[in-house]
Design a protein around this ligand. Structure first.
Ligand code: UTP
Length: 292
């Protein structure tokens, strides 16, 4: 069976980033660099690897730098060319003309509301969602999280979310799935609950920041009231779709770093620097020295 291809990705980037203050007072969380690339670029690269063409950013006040990052920096390129500098470092940040679209979420009412703000651009197609502060890193020689999800989508269609397992004492901070039948990396999703108390959590499989959803979710979001934390939650809208359309979770074969938290950000920086051929050995020596 063939399903409509996933051509569009929504990047909700209108959050306030309060956990990362004061760094995020002026600089959007998504532009904080892990080694030498802003967080948003890791997510866009992951989308491109999965064959996605159109990048839709849901931005807010003070977030326009995110869109500019994917523009051509004409003066910079001209000056670098005149000085004989290598321009290839800038290549990856360029977008195909017309493929970057920004919509505005005027008030940060929650992740579900941010996604709904992209409804006119998403239209009647299944689409991907990336939360850029969750940095998903492929295993050496492996593929990225969204590519793994698109491959699973091509088999089962419907809606997919990426999940990972955490110790039970951490579940109350996340969206949690009620798991059904498991087949390899695919788990049927029977239910979803946002930030449940530990005793009521249906599993330790938490929703991590990648989704493939059918466009019907926009109609559910339209009437979605406030949920946990007084925010319009995407998890609540997805929970209503279960039973009406296929719903699966994909356990990502790779590593995930929560760059919305300070410690997670440091962990991601270390992991990526250690894995880089151009600096790994030097960073390892520094880390070992600091640990003495
Ligand atoms: P978070 O829960 O991490 O919120 O949002 P946040 O505002 O970014 O950060 P903290 O918790 O205050 O530190 C998850 C994702 O949803 C987006 C965020 O930008 C982030 O990518 N988001 C959240 C919106 O776009 N709009 C919202 O109203 C809420």
């Amino acid at each position: 069976m063939s399903f409509k291809p996933i051509r569009k990705a929504v990047f909700p980037v209108a959050g306030l980033g309060t956990r990362f203050l004061p760094a995020t007072k002026v600089v959007p969380k998504e532009l904080l660099p892990v080694v030498d690339r802003p967080l948003i670029q890791y997510a866009v690269d992951e989308a491109r690897e999965a064959g996605i063409e159109q990048m839709i950013f849901v931005t807010g006040r003070g977030k326009t730098g995110i869109v500019e990052h994917f523009d051509i920096a004409f003066e910079l390129e001209q000056t670098m060319t005149e000085r004989g500098k290598d321009l290839s470092v800038l290549d990856c940040a360029r977008a195909t003309p017309g493929d970057v679209i920004a919509v505005r979420q005027q008030v940060p009412l929650g992740l579900g509301h941010a996604i709904w703000c992209a409804r006119a651009i998403v239209g009647d197609e299944p689409f991907a969602i990336f939360l850029p502060d969750e940095l998903m890193v492929a295993r050496a020689g492996g593929t990225g999280c969204m590519k793994q999800m698109v491959e699973a989508y091509n088999e089962v269609g419907g809606n997919l979310i990426s999940v990972l397992e955490v110790p039970m004492e951490q579940v109350s901070s996340y969206g949690v799935i009620d798991p059904g039948e498991v087949r390899g990396a695919l788990t049927e999703v029977r239910g979803l609950v946002e930030k449940p108390p530990r005793a009521e959590a249906p599993s330790n499989k938490i929703v991590s920041g990648r989704y493939i959803l059918q466009p019907e979710v926009m109609r559910v979001l339209e009437n979605q009231g406030k949920g946990a934390g007084g925010e319009i939650q995407l998890t609540d809208a997805m929970a209503k779709m279960i039973g009406t359309q296929p719903f699966h979770a994909v356990t990502f074969d790779g590593n995930r770093y929560d760059c919305g938290s300070k410690v997670g950000f440091v962990e991601a920086t270390l992991a990526i620097a250690l894995a880089r051929p151009d600096m790994g050995a030097e960073v390892r020596a520094i880390a070992l020295d600091l640990l003495k």
